[in-house]
Design a protein around this ligand. Structure first.
Ligand SMILES: *Cc1c(COP(=O)(O)O)cnc(C)c1O
Length: 400
């Protein structure tokens, strides 16, 4: 879509650039969304039902998955996946410390123990060389996260899972539409978990989530678990949870699913343009850019740069002063979160995750961003580094 600026609006480095602009996206699909919402209200069927099963079928087809089961959030998708695999107290699940909190909290919620391994500094995904070192007799599953929209390195994970009989639960919350060697995120393990939180690449009008699987029995169990283990007639064969997808969410998401590939392509084009702009402004030495690995289709839920030398927080502060939208995903790795102190991890255990938490900045990458605003983002970063150089800025060591 085109951005027509009001007369008199100047393209200068002080024009604010938001980190994400869902209003701009809504304007492109408004009529279809309104119609879908209207339909749900006319029917007054708000929980599960046809809207949800139609959407589930569409996502299953989109991901090349046999089954898709909607639920209330991405966090619940992870929890349901673990419950369906009967993972609980005494079990261990290997995952990354550099992710959204729900990745590890879902494991802890079942009573199982999250076991972290460090990340690959280039992709921010699991360092698969460390998985076997972290395994014990209690290891039941591996939970890779396809962070920022790029799939984890699945080949070694498949080899290890097959060799030791482990399940694979994909946290694909940031990666709908991504693929690994031509296979979509969500069909790269035993169960795939998606989130439709509004800022995800496919975002609803509130919370929502979904699980995918090719296994008929797991699919049946997942369908039961989301409705308190009910097989009908108030007969409960499992102690499940209440985690259903709303019809309103499904109706809105079905509209947006039709645009998902075009939006992902626009994100990928923006990422390519950032690569060119950072080169043009001679910032490639100052800023680490995201690595796009061969045979992985990256959908850029986030475009994350790395600023080393202790300057990240100062660059972030100045970007905010200049009204350039930015954020840190994630400022504190999961192994150092207070609620996991019982796991007895200490600072230094996962140096790459800790370094990423100290060095990364997420920049605007949404589909409607446009080349001009991208230039403004990079120009501002260029000017900030020029300022820091002129001030001979010496970073203050961050307090732990
Ligand atoms: C968003 C997200 C989740 C949780 O999804 P919600 O829908 O917010 O519960 C889990 N894992 C990752 C990696 C996420 O980005």
């Amino acid at each position: 879509m085109s951005h027509i600026l009001p007369i008199g609006t100047q393209q200068n480095t002080t024009q604010p650039v938001p980190l994400i602009d869902l209003v701009a996206q809504y304007q492109t699909i408004r009529d279809d969304v309104q119609e879908a919402v209207q339909r749900v209200f006319e029917n007054q069927a708000f929980v599960l039902g046809d809207e949800v099963s139609n959407f589930e079928n569409q996502v299953a087809e989109y991901c090349d998955s046999t089954h898709a089961i909607g639920c209330a959030s991405g966090s619940d998708a992870l929890l349901l996946a673990l419950m369906a695999l009967e993972i609980g107290p005494g079990d261990e699940v290997i995952t990354t410390p550099y992710s959204f909190f729900a990745t590890a909290s879902a494991i802890a919620r079942t009573g199982a123990t999250p076991v972290f391994v460090d990340i690959d500094p280039e992709t921010y995904n699991l360092n698969t060389d460390q998985i076997e070192l972290a395994m014990t007799r209690r290891t039941k599953a591996i939970m890779p996260v396809h962070l920022f929209g790029q799939c984890a390195e699945m080949d070694p994970i498949w080899r290890i899972a097959t060799q030791y009989g482990l399940a694979i639960i994909e946290d694909a919350a940031q990666a709908i539409g991504a693929s690994y060697r031509g296979r979509k995120a969500g069909v790269l393990g035993s169960i795939g978990c998606f989130s439709f939180f509004p800022t995800k690449n496919l975002g609803g009008a509130g919370d929502g989530g979904l699980v995918t699987t090719d296994d008929k029995d797991l699919a049946a169990r997942l369908r039961r678990l989301r409705v308190h283990g009910d097989v009908g007639g108030y007969t409960h064969v499992d102690v499940g949870i209440n985690s259903r997808l709303d019809a309103l969410q499904a109706a809105v998401l079905a509209v947006k699913l039709r645009h998902l590939d075009a939006w992902s392509d626009a994100r990928r084009e923006n990422a390519q343009r950032y690569q060119e702009l950072f080169a043009e402004f001679e910032l490639r030495e100052r800023v680490g850019l995201p690595e796009q690995v061969e045979e992985r289709h990256h959908v850029y839920n986030q475009f994350t740069i790395r600023v080393s030398g202790g300057q990240r927080d100062e660059v972030l502060k100045r970007l905010r002063e200049r009204q350039v939208g930015c954020s840190i995903y994630y400022p504190k790795p999961l192994h150092l979160q207070e609620c996991f102190s019982n796991l007895h991890y200490v600072e230094g255990d996962f140096p790459e995750a800790e370094r990423a938490a100290d060095e990364t900045i997420a920049l605007p990458i949404f589909a409607e961003l446009g080349a001009e605003r991208q230039r403004i983002v990079v120009e501002n970063i260029h000017q900030i580094f020029a300022e820091l150089d002129a001030e001979s800025f010496v970073p203050v060591r961050r307090a732990a």
